[in-house]
Design a protein around this ligand. Structure first.
Ligand code: AMP
Ligand code: MG
Length: 209
């Protein structure tokens, strides 16, 4: 059984308890519904790959509540600083080198020494991250290869019985995934187009000089 419950202070606390116990919780973000697990817990993250039938060489994005927390997980670069200032919180994922002592499980990053981080803007996602106070690994809450879910009902249709809880926060605003930029090299690399346009990113980088 997988419950769908409306978001409230009580259901957010329940979700946080489930995450702390190694469980899986679907929650809304401004992009699509994410399937969350404690990013620092190998077993919990293994549960994401299993529930989605996602190959474990496909790394997951770690979500945190603030830019400061993001740059504790990954090494800050000049490009990353500019993009974070412009677009966080929001639908942008930045790939960085893993920081020394980064607590995120190696399975989350599929064994890579780089980590993808995002600070989502969605009010309820922010609340969940603040209550849980640990990075949440969250790919889209759908079986691998299927369309990303923009409602709690879509999540239920794809993953009922495989995950512990679905937090219903209504439909996601844009239904588009986050834009992913690798900021580790001499120039930023767009890895995936998404909610923030290439033009907006180029403008931000150019106007920062
Ligand atoms: P999603 O499929 O929405 O969960 O987004 C995950 C995608 O982010 C992966 O398929 C990669 O393209 C990218 N990604 C995540 N982590 C990393 C990483 N450590 N290095 C490079 N790309 C990553
Ligand atoms: Mg996806």
């Amino acid at each position: 059984m997988t419950d769908i419950i409306a978001i409230s202070d009580a259901s957010l606390r329940r979700a946080s308890d489930i995450l702390a116990a190694g469980g899986l919780v679907a929650f809304p973000t401004e992009t699509v519904y994410g399937l969350g697990a404690n990013a620092c817990d190998d077993n919990a993250v293994a549960g994401i790959f299993y529930a989605k039938n996602r190959p474990n060489f496909n790394p997951l994005i770690s979500h945190v509540a603030t830019c400061q927390k993001a740059f504790q997980l990954g090494v800050k670069t000049d490009f990353a600083t500019i993009l974070a200032d412009c677009f966080w919180p929001g639908p942008l994922t930045i790939v960085l080198d893993r920081a020394k002592g980064c607590p995120v499980a190696m399975l989350t990053t599929a064994g890579l020494n780089k980590i993808a981080v995002r600070v989502p803007a969605h009010e309820q996602a922010q609340k969940l991250l603040a209550i849980f106070d640990m990075p949440i690994a969250a790919p889209s809450a759908n079986p691998s290869g299927r369309i990303s879910p923009s409602t709690a009902h879509h999540v239920h249709a794809g993953l009922a019985g495989k995950i512990d809880l679905i937090l219903d926060g209504g439909p996601c605003e844009n239904g588009l995934e986050s834009t992913i930029i690798d900021c580790t090299g001499a120039a930023p690399v767009l890895l995936r187009p998404g909610g923030i346009s290439r033009k907006a990113i180029e403008t931000a980088l150019h106007s920062a000089g």
